[in-house]
Design a protein around this ligand. Sequence first.
Ligand code: AKG
Ligand code: FE2
Length: 757
Amino acid sequence: MASTAPTVGATGRLEYGDKIASEEPTFCTQAPGYHKTLVSCCYACLRILGTLEENLQACLPDGEAESSLDEPLPWAPAWATKLDQRHAKVSCPRGCGAQFCSQECLDRANRMHHDVLCVGPCTEDDPIYKFKTLVLERYILVFDLVAQVCVCLAKGGETEAEMTDAVPSFSRERVGSFLPFGEHARDFGDALGTYGDAMLAVAEDLRSDGDENPEDLAEDLSLVIAELFELLMATMEAKALPGARALRSWGPDFFARLATWVDVVSVGVECLSPAGRYVNGLLGGREANEILDACSRMPALGAALSALASVDGDDDDGGELDIVKIQEAHDEGDLFLPNVSGLVFSDAVASYGHSCQPSVAISFSPLDARVIVQANHAMAAGHRRTLCYRRGSETHDETLEFLHRNGMDCCSCSTCSHRAELREMEAMGGATEADLEALDRMGKIAFEEERYEDACDVYSRVVELTRADGSAWVAYGRALVNLDRWSRGYDVWREGAEAARVTGSPHEELETLMASHRYYRAEKGSRKGEIALWNGTKIFASSGCCDWAVEGEEDPRLPRNVRWGAFFVQEPVLSRPECAAIIEEAEGHAAERQGWSTKRHYSVPTTDIPAHALPGCLSALNRALERSIFPAISSRFGEDVSDLQVHDAFVIKYSMDGQKFLPIHTDQSHYSATIGLNSTGEYEGGGIVVLEEGEEEEEGCVVKVNEGEAFIFRGGEMSHGGRNIRSGVRYIIALFIFSHRDPDVDEDDEEGGQEEV
Ligand SMILES: O=C(O)CCC(=O)C(=O)O
Ligand SMILES: [Fe+2]
């Protein structure tokens, strides 16, 4: 694994998510927007221009420009201040319409490409005008970037070396090994579907002979590329760019390969615009009456909301502002929120190689106009930066095929070496006991790198070879659980525990797993439970499905946008004396041993004690599970009580001299619960913070769970964490619950299956 070795002299260690670098985009292009969704971004760095208010104002229909949004919007989120450090808008003086966030950006773009590619002074007959029209009208966006790269290369000088000075990630040899774009588009028909279709449409226009017979796709695409090449060359030759002659001699084939290279190494940008993000938060998180109130103080806000709700202009009744209706449309996903869409090319990022286990993840934030490079797994600082060139969900073998066809070597990542090693074993007639050590090593690496399919594969072979290897059974089950195959994982543990018992030496960890699962498993068969909702309604949960979920979604203690996956069981699930006894038991247990454990959860360590080590806690918890927690989950999420099983349960202590917070994460569970054990008055700060998709930690909603109360949420799906406490001590029980229901039943089917009782 030479390619993944840390560089010599590197110090320190990077953890998953650590920011390694932030790069300025070298080239970028924004997809053309539709009327109300146009977001003004800097032409050179894709930074969003204008304040939040201006962004929202732009959503108003033309005639309503008089309703102005020049006052600060209510509930403006923290990120909006980044927009307020207003970057002066500078327009291209040639009148092409491009806007820049600063004079420097305008100068840089001109220096690199814009003075050649600008359509400001052009007529419709100019080649560059035709080029831009083809590319932008037909949405073959990548060629807008390709043109920038080509002009920058051609300005660089006559020779390849001079060009590489201008765009350091460029190498004629490397680029030449990529497939021509036509074949690339054909290979990845789905991923590049829009390119494929758009280019076919262009090809049809270009085919002057009126031949309507569908040609070979790649041939059609080459026709388009040849046309684009000619138009761009004519532009560069007219400006006598020094490198134009070389590019001309490399021909349309090289141009087509360059397009593939640019497509593979550029970063796609697709996110809500500031106005979209604001409206999303507003409609999702606020009650209709609050919003209506704000709109009455600020009519332009209401006008903007109405405008977005009827983006196709089909709502012209001019009636009253109906926030509830707009919110419903939003909840249904029928609101078209303005977004920023485009492509960014960072020269630094373009020089990273491929790995199926990439060391970095790349994202682009149009608020900061930076390409962010983050560690994709824990590693030594100075580790070689690699990206995964795979797009979509093709298999590892398809990725290898893609690499091969594009002249890249099979990467030396561990998936590749893992598969190669297994193939070798197969070729020798299958794994034998002599391979156990190698298999164990491979399994450990697979786990470390979260390649659970590979881990499953390895450990299933190991337990076949040595049925008494308890740790292999544990690992096998864990790999399955990590793949969300809970039932199968549990069965594997049970099988392993039995296999170890047969040898006369039960395996400790498997026994513990069996014990905890036995304790927290609902009995098969019908089960009744009475539980109370926030509004005091009592319901009887016996069938697993009933109609109170709708009421449950109206819990005023939670913002609207988290109610889909979270709720409170309002009646306490544990009594005060039970809570106090559990704290005492946990502290007693800690005092007898070496204090609280911090090692039970690897990625998000909590200071905790497992519930099954505390007999009093365990029986109180089991009562609560049976009486209210399982029935509540069953009713709220349509689960069958007898499918529910606790996978882990532990008492957590947050204190000023111990653990103060828990970083944002998702749990290994279908459902998680936080049960408060002490009063929220006994600490400042604290609480569980729940995030909506795309929200930053500070934007999340903090939920305080009081003594005896249970807050239940879709822990495997909703990002959450433990908020910093500022004083006192906070005790909770955290519960991880999974459902044995068939994992192949998708959510839609379940919803469809729910009937009102
Ligand atoms: O502090 C809390 O309520 C959250 C605990 C949690 O998320 C966990 O233990 O996984
Ligand atoms: Fe959690």
